[in-house]
Write a protein that binds this ligand. Sequence first.
Ligand SMILES: *Cc1c(COP(=O)(O)O)cnc(C)c1O
Length: 409
Amino acid sequence: MREPESSAAHPAARSATLPAPRAEAVVDLDALRANVRTLRERVGPAQVMTVVKADAYGHGMLPCARAALSAGVRWLGTATPEEALALRAAGIGPDRARVLCWLWTPGGPWAEAVAADVDVSVSGRWALDELLAAVRAVGRPARVHLKADTGLGRNGCQPHDWPELTAAARAAEAEGLIRVVGVWSHFAAADEPGHPSIEAQSTAFREALETAGRAGLRPEVRHIANSAGALTLPGARYDLVRTGIASYGLSPAPELGSPADLGLRPVMTLQAAVALVKRVPGGHGVSYGHTYVTPGETTLALIPLGYADGIPRHAGNAGPVQLAGKWRTVAGRVAMDQFVVDLGGDHAEVGDRAVLFGPGTDGEPTAEDWARAAGTIGYEIVTRIGARVPRRHLHAEPEEAGTRDPDGE
Ligand SMILES: *Cc1c(COP(=O)(O)O)cnc(C)c1O
């Protein structure tokens, strides 16, 4: 409590300065730093790129990026150029981090990216042509990572177009317009050990590197591994791995082991204050559609989080919540802003803390438990937590603090 007593006694002043959060996502940056260090040790001498796209998988991009840098990474990765430019605009300069962004569309901010010293990915001729026009306009060379589609079938250049793309990139390099610093690709099923695509993509990547070498390209970093690849495929680490989910302390897939098995600590805890507790008779329908009906007289607790906050509607009658010392289950449908749990014969107080998920070390459910309940993956559970839920960053260094918690913790 930093409030003087006089203002704390004044309800308006109190609520203006000490809002009791309806709900919050607590983000433990010490855990993130520990995960990043663990990954660096595991994959060395390969370098680690911490992937901070999608607001750092829902954890808050800037505080997480800064925490990763303080744990020694020198590469950050984003999907969109706007995300990369936001890192630079926040003061994460080229002296501190190389930043790569890979999801471009025609008319994208190529010139801004080049001017901000952001590494850009090129998957095809149209992108190279737009980049070269921007380079001529800005008057400084661009750093490029050429992306090969080695079998994912998503972004990246198909093998039949690769010789032409690498040759064109080499010609632009010889003119001093670009420097091809990376050749890279992405796995389709690195989280399924033994999946036949892994060997096929590894072979295709070696061939793509050979073709690039024959074109005269000498990239400083070759990279293909995401978290699952970095953890399970030592031969796929090359010079750099791009780790997202493992940095946030989640396992890429339950089959690869729990976070603890992998030496990782989940970073996000999602909790809410109980908004209402009430006794209801047996046979009482709960929430829209009455998909839950109380089996007997019981106590219900209202949790003020809903699908607008990213709680999956698919978790109706399934999602777990730790409250009053036990796991409870969502009773009925998840609504836009709230859902209900049935406490049975137990009691809770209004304002009590309900934990939807966290590291699991205090017996609370984990993001993986929610993923199972909702038929999805842990990635989606954390990433979809909505903008209405404040993030509170623990153990931020002064400059890592998020805008919503300028005092850090
Ligand atoms: C999101 C992403 C990653 C990170 O994947 P994780 O499985 O979270 O480690 C790496 N590379 C690319 C191209 C991505 O889009």
